[in-house]
Design a protein. Structure first.
Length: 244
């Protein structure tokens, strides 16, 4: 079964009247429907799936599911409990609202503290309790898009205001190489997800997701440069070791 981001991409292709020109009509090159890479660099045989206590809810900007470089897709590859929804300022999917109201989940909006009211900001998860909301599984709400799109989603989604804002303070710089960013401390969606998994105690899943991003990035860039994939580079060796 296609995962949540793949299903959202299919819906976007079928219904959007304003999608970018490159996604209209026949594709410019053949791509694997499962991993989005050209067939010569397909990485489907490498895909890991790691059960986790935490889950993810991706709120995706309009064209984000269509971008081959999107890394929210990688989160859904690895973490089975990943939901994905297209964001709209004027309408909210009732399935999304039902997910956020599900008592098994404890939602946190993941976003920098300086953009939120101080009383909403937390820097760690509420310790799990034997029952009630404190014992719920963490559900990380990730705003998936460009930095300006993510800020817009955060500002114009009042239905998110009831949830705490989880502010991360990572020490490392971003390793994401597929799109340009003016700030090395801006992280791609899968990097943020890996930090969240580690915070939730899903350490192995966090490591696997980091390795999966590295393998995807390696193959994506090699395909762009018309260089054969290297299944024995550091990224592939790390993923192989984690999945043994």
């Amino acid at each position: 079964m296609p995962h949540a981001v793949a299903r959202l991409r299919a819906t976007c292709l079928a219904t959007s009247l304003t999608r970018p020109h490159l996604d209209r009509g026949p594709p410019r090159k053949d791509r694997c429907l499962r991993c989005r890479l050209v067939p010569s660099h397909c990485l489907c045989a490498w895909q890991p799936v790691v059960p986790t206590r935490a889950g993810f809810c991706l709120l995706m900007a309009e064209f984000e599911p269509l971008k081959p470089s999107n890394t929210g897709w990688l989160v859904a590859d690895v973490v089975p409990d990943t939901a994905a929804f297209g964001w709209s300022r004027v309408a909210v999917d009732p399935v999304l609202l039902a997910l956020l109201d599900d008592p098994q989940w404890q939602p946190h909006v993941v976003f920098p503290a300086e953009f939120a009211a101080p009383e909403r900001v937390v820097t760690e998860l509420v310790p799990a309790g034997p029952q009630g909301p404190a014992g719920a599984r963490p559900l990380f709400i990730l705003l998936d898009g460009t930095w300006s799109e993510a800020c817009k989603i955060f500002r114009k989604s009042p239905w998110l205001n009831r949830f705490p804002v989880l502010s991360l303070h990572p020490d490392q710089l971003s390793r994401y190489r597929l799109r340009r960013s003016t700030h090395a401390h801006h992280f791609c969606t899968s990097e943020v997800a890996a930090l969240c998994l580690a915070m939730a105690g899903d350490t192995h899943a966090a490591q696997v997701l980091e390795a999966w991003l590295d393998v995807f990035s390696s193959r994506y860039l090699r395909a762009r440069q018309s260089v054969p994939p290297d299944a024995d580079d550091a990224a592939h060796r790390q993923l192989r070791a984690l999945c043994r």
